[in-house]
Design a protein around this ligand. Structure first.
Ligand SMILES: Cc1cc2nc3c(=O)[nH]c(=O)nc-3n(C[C@H](O)[C@H](O)[C@H](O)COP(=O)(O)OP(=O)(O)OC[C@H]3O[C@@H](n4cnc5c(N)ncnc54)[C@H](O)[C@@H]3O)c2cc1C
Length: 279
């Protein structure tokens, strides 16, 4: 478990709020905004959901006290969307008020496709109360072009990702080339129609295309990348004058997040096994 924790620490700030704040301060020092997520998902009981709400309130308040630049990103299933959508919305409202008081963006992560509709509906509800609300959309889902249009019509910010959840081929593109093609299409839509969106990828080809589109359509947007991935590129983009945000997850429930990171790049599994063998 110790070795696993050590390996996971490249992608996870640590188990405590203090760990997240330390990594966020470090990101800020490098000119990068923090995008902090308290790990936890798929809650079916109200106890852990309400503890999550309290943790986010502590987080936003600590970010304010320490002058940390950045935003928070919530997972709908950690706020109880699997219990009931209206309950999840009610749990998010105090966090919305706290982020609104500081002018931070409240981002919603996008999880597996059984929650896509509810996440979008919650994003729309939150947007009626505060203009700085964003929703993540996944390029691997066939429905995303419609969802993108719908969110842009409602002036909701979008974070575009490839998608980290395993989905069936009837609703998602299985080949990576098709996901990349869809990502490029959505990227064009974003640069043509949106402002203040996130290009959330570490894929050099997609980032290059975003840089080209940014020259054609000057509009505010930011690159977003995960903690522990492509750090030199983040610094390069900051140096070139681009806005960059770093997704900083923390908390004791890091295993599902860690597993998704391992799965998306087979080389990570090899590196992990090697590091275990060499101690
Ligand atoms: C800020 C941010 C927020 C996200 N939020 C969500 C979300 O809410 N919902 C969701 O489904 N997904 C989310 N994701 C994850 C996303 O869907 C992808 O699974 C992940 O970003 C990998 O895709 P990629 O675009 O980087 O491309 P890939 O083709 O997977 O990777 C491109 C290159 O990036 C590098 N790289 C990528 N991942 C790693 C890694 N783990 N370790 C080391 N190098 C790596 C490698 O060099 C790789 O060749 C988020 C990603 C980011 C950056």
């Amino acid at each position: 478990m110790g070795l696993l924790t050590r390996f996971a620490s490249q992608w996870v700030a640590g188990e405590t709020l203090e760990d997240a704040l330390r990594v966020a301060r470090d990101a800020n020092r490098r000119g990068i905004d923090a995008l902090v997520n308290h790990l936890g998902e798929h809650y079916h009981e109200k106890g852990p959901v309400e503890a999550t709400t309290r943790e986010y309130l502590r987080l936003v308040s600590a970010m304010r006290d320490q002058g940390i630049r950045g935003h928070v990103s919530l997972k709908p299933t950690q706020f109880g969307v699997l219990i009931e959508r209206s309950y999840a919305l009610a749990q998010m409202l105090p966090v919305l008020d706290a982020t609104k008081a500081d002018g931070r963006v409240l981002w919603l992560d996008m999880e597996g496709s059984i929650t896509t509709d509810d996440t979008i509906r919650i994003g729309e509800d939150l947007r009626t109360r505060y203009e700085r609300v964003g929703v993540c959309l996944q390029a691997n889902l066939r429905r995303t072009a419609d969802d993108l249009s719908r969110l842009l019509d409602r002036d909701i910010r979008v974070r575009l990702v490839k998608g980290a959840y395993k989905e069936s081929p009837d609703i998602a593109f299985p080949p990576r080339a098709e996901i990349d093609r869809a990502y490029l299409d959505h990227l064009e839509t974003l640069f043509e129609r949106a402002h203040d969106f996130q290009v959330a990828s570490h894929d050099g080809r997609l980032i290059e295309r975003a840089l080209e589109l940014a020259r054609e359509h000057p509009t505010p947007f930011e690159f977003a990348m995960l903690q522990g991935v492509r750090d030199p590129l983040k610094d390069e983009l900051v140096k070139a004058g681009h806005r960059v945000a770093e997704y900083i997850p923390y908390g004791p429930n890091w295993l599902p997040y860690f597993t998704r990171r391992l799965r998306e790049r087979p080389r990570n599994i090899v590196t992990m096994v090697r590091s275990f063998v060499s101690g």
